[in-house]
Design a protein around this ligand. Sequence first.
Ligand SMILES: [Zn+2]
Length: 318
Amino acid sequence: MSESPSVVICPACESASGSLLYPSPTDFEGYATEYEGFSLWTCPECASLYLNPTPTATDTVHFYPADYMAKSKQPGIFRRLTGAWDARSAAGFVKRYGKDKTYLDFGCGDGSFVGLLRDAGAAEASGYDPMPKLAGSSHLRIYDQLDQIPVGSIDIVVMNNVVEHLTELDDTMRRIAALLTPDGTLVLSTPNAADFTFRLFGSLWGLLHFPYHTVVFTPRGIELAAARWGFDAPTFVPNADPSVWAFSFEHVIKKRFGLRTRGHLRIYWVLLIASFPFWAVDVIVHRVRRDVNRATFTCELTAIGPQRSASAPGSSAE
Ligand SMILES: [Zn+2]
């Protein structure tokens, strides 16, 4: 593990005024112990949350169990629900950005979303994931090295709940900016530490996802980081991801009953259904307040040309 530096820097806005929030959070997903020594900090400038010390790529290899978020562990009904949600999301992408665009799903896991983009009519869709054991669907183009992807070749980079997992954050984001065509867009979705659900659940908030999330941004945090990464100011678009409620209820139950079940509880699908009224009220309240950012937010980022052309990708992935 890397040594804790004397000055702790917010990965989003680079403020050095952060403070310790949770000294020893719980890993409700894997109950691993490899993360001992990492704590969760909060930034007074942008309200983002982040791990301290900053984990290295080597650290996070040890964080992740071999079956991390494996779809095979999920109940069948949950797989069907999330599959239907992802298919709807992929169709929405292709409808919004066009069938004639080149898509890259960054952090594509097993490549299922790449397949859904193709099913939705995208002529060119590929994926990138640095963990080859998760990638490799034979009929899809999946890269495991960033330098395999030509600079300036991608119209739409999809980054769905990935940026919060990165270790070499600034380097990776600058390299993504370099992959985009001149009119290209990065569509980034990530948990929102400024949402009221974080204040409601605190250390049991489902999207804290300690220690896998190295930084939990806020819209303000992304705004400040985007300029440093070589992007224009983000445009926030509506996001209706319902997962926060069921994840958080599951953490409350695990803690209340002292369960140390790795992955989801068998009753997760019950929690998912029970959470829909909360989700519906949540969506309505945000609509009334005209706030498009919920527990997860989505933004579109356009690369600024000169920085993009100056930062050709090197040989190392994150
Ligand atoms: Zn900050």
